[in-house]
Every structure is written in C-alpha cells, then in structure tokens.
Write a protein that binds this ligand. Structure first.
Ligand code: BEZ
Length: 360
C-alpha cells in the first residue's frame, strides 16, 4: 500500500533587483495585511489553532488594537456594535485591529470532539504571542470584555513590554471562591448553560426587562450551533485562577488601563480617572457604544495617540452624552474625572501608567 508522506512545500518568490530578503519579507507582510480588510486567519499554537480577523492596515509606530470577546460571544457579536459605531471610525482608522476568536467560537467552527481538552484562560493568553508573531506586530492596545479582559490581563502580566494599554470591560480578576462555586453548582441544577451564560453577560435587571437586544443575544446563544464549544470556554472561565493583582507589588499591570466597572480597589488609585455612566449593564460596548467610544478617545489621547487636532467631529460634539448620563464619583478626591477634563475642553493627558476607571 502506498504510504502517505508529509511534504513541506515552500513558496519561492524571486527578489526584485536590489531587494534584500528583509525588505522582501516586509513588502510581503504589508501586501498581505493590505489585503486584510476583515480577513480571517488561523495560526497553530502549542494549545491548538486560534482564529483572528484583521481590519485596517498597520500604521508605522502605532500599536495594533487587539480585542478578546467574552464567553457566549465571538468577536463580531461582542465588538461589531462598538467598532462600527459612527464616531468610532475616526478613532480606529488610525489603528490596525486584530479581533481574536477564542478556539471554537469563530463563525462556522465545528464542534470539538467529546473529551477535547479546552485551553485554560492562561493558555488562551499564551496563544496571543503566536498571533503577534504571525502578523509581525510588536505592541498592542488590548480591548477585552469579561473572560476576554481576564485573558488580555494575563497576557499583559506575562508580556508587559508588548502591551501599551488595556481597556478592561467587566473584568473579574479573581478565581471563584467557595461560595461562588456552591452558588454556581446550585444554579447549574436548575438552569441551562445558555441561561447561566446570559446571567454572566447581562444584569438581572436587563434580563427581566427583556429588551430587543437581550432577545437577540438570548436567541444567538440558545441556538448557537457550537453551544458545546461555548460551554467549554465557560468552564475554563469558571476555573480561572486569581490574577493576583497587587497594588504597588510586582504583579500589577504596568500599562495604562481604562477600567470599565469595578476592580478599582486592586489597582493604583493615585492617578485614577473616574467616569460613572448610568445603566449601561453588563455589555456596555453593546448598549452604550457612544460613551465607550468617547472614553476610549480620551484614553488614547492620554497615551499620546490621537492629537486633538485629528479629532474633528468627536471633539466638537462632546459633553452632552457623557455628562448627561454620567455621574462623577466625588468621594475619590485623588481620582481624575473624565468629565472634569472634558468639560474644560482639555484632555486627560495623564502620565503613562495611569488607570482610568469607567463605572457602568
Ligand atoms: C473593525 O472595523 O475593527 C470591525 C469591523 C466589524 C466587526 C468588528 C470590528
């Protein structure tokens, strides 16, 4: 019987006259990425393959924006409303975006075979260097929600030099404690996985109001063809370790952080900017894209990106949306408030390493 042999095929590309191999590689990468207007790629990692979608072209000396979605979602259902929000275009046109799908969450993903060992959240974080290596990107600004925020934080703790900033939406940096486990197990006896995940994504108030958005996401999750895969990601989330952030200690995020909701007690408060937004619930990137866009703009400006002269429409149209629904936490005298800075027309251009907190 003929034996199958694995054959390595390498593509031969002639160099242009006078072109060094390095320049050829760069040109090839640029061409590949130029074509990547929402193009999906997969790379092999020590923990299995991971899929990601790239939008925009890399900008010299600028980090990529890298997103990681929450459980029950994929990059599109988690981030499309934010990244396609009108005012967001002015911001993201300055950055290439890499949207990671957790394994088995990409559109059309086959269901993993029974007994498949899904990566832990720490292992999911360890897949990220393979993505950056493939794209030849050296630094990122991470945007993560829930489990995705945890994964990006773990990545930032392990690779601080490659993370210029982090937007962490609804992160829970702690492992489940005893009581949480008991409550989780009890809920599991009476609720389906999809209901438990909906309870993780949205507040009880949002779920009982049952708006069109909730109905849409309930429908997406309940009828997901890859629900078994989603359950595996959910299990990894519930088995997460403590991130063990220590204020002033060794285990802390070294980059600027825009923190949406709690976790403030674990991070350095001396340079914290505060913005409270009313009623944005568990997924503010879906329900309040305008306010998040505005907060993100100030965050980037504080990091030295997006000179205010670039910000035409957004800069002029500011104040109403933030200040009307925003309440400032006056108790935190050491905190800087986003609203204060914006009302006076100046930018919260804090020193690098500051934390900006957005409570929803
Ligand atoms: C983006 O432009 O980055 C984007 C577009 C569609 C869905 C998600 C993100």
């Amino acid at each position: 019987m003929a034996e199958l042999q694995e054959v390595q095929i390498t593509e031969e590309k002639p160099l242009l006259p006078g072109q060094t191999p390095e320049a050829a590689k760069e040109a090839e990468l640029a061409a590949r990425i130029l074509l990547d207007q929402g193009q999906t790629h997969s790379v092999e990692t020590p923990y299995g393959s991971v899929t990601f979608t790239v939008y925009g072209t890399p900008k010299p000396k600028r980090p990529a924006i890298l997103t990681y979605h929450d459980v029950g979602l994929n990059y599109k259902s988690c981030f499309q409303p934010l990244f396609q929000f009108g005012d967001m275009q002015e911001i993201i046109q300055n950055f290439v975006r890499v949207h990671v799908d957790a394994p088995g969450m990409e559109e059309g993903a086959p269901v993993f075979p029974l007994g498949y060992q899904y990566p832990s959240l720490d292992q999911l974080a360890d897949m990220i260097p393979c993505i950056l290596q493939y794209l030849n990107f050296s630094t990122v600004i991470g945007v993560g929600v829930g489990a995705g925020a945890y994964i990006l934080s773990r990545y930032a703790l392990n690779h601080p030099d490659t993370v210029e900033g982090l937007v962490l939406i609804n992160i829970d940096p702690n492992a489940k404690g005893w009581m949480d486990w008991a409550a989780h197990k009890l809920t599991g006896l009476t609720s389906s996985v999809s209901e438990m995940i909906l309870g993780h994504l949205f507040s009880q108030e949002e779920l009982s109001r049952n708006s069109e958005l909730i109905q849409k996401y309930r429908n997406i999750i309940t009828h997901a063809p890859n629900l078994e895969n989603i359950e595996l990601y959910w299990n990894s989330y519930n088995n997460r370790r403590d991130l063990n952030f220590e204020r002033g200690g060794d285990i802390t995020l070294k980059c600027p952080v825009m923190l949406v909701v709690e976790c403030n007690s674990k991070l350095d408060p001396t340079q914290t900017s505060f913005l409270k937004m009313a009623d944005s619930g568990g997924q503010p990137q879906l329900t309040q894209p305008g306010k998040l866009t505005e907060a993100f703009k100030y965050f980037l400006q504080g990091m030295g990106y997006m000179a205010s002269s670039c910000m035409t429409r957004l800069s002029r149209s500011r104040t109403a949306s933030l200040t009307s629904a925003a309440s400032i936490d006056g108790n935190r005298s050491r905190s800087r408030t986003l609203s204060q800075s914006s009302e006076s027309g100046t930018l919260p251009s804090g020193p690098p390493g500051h934390t900006m907190e957005v409570s929803c």
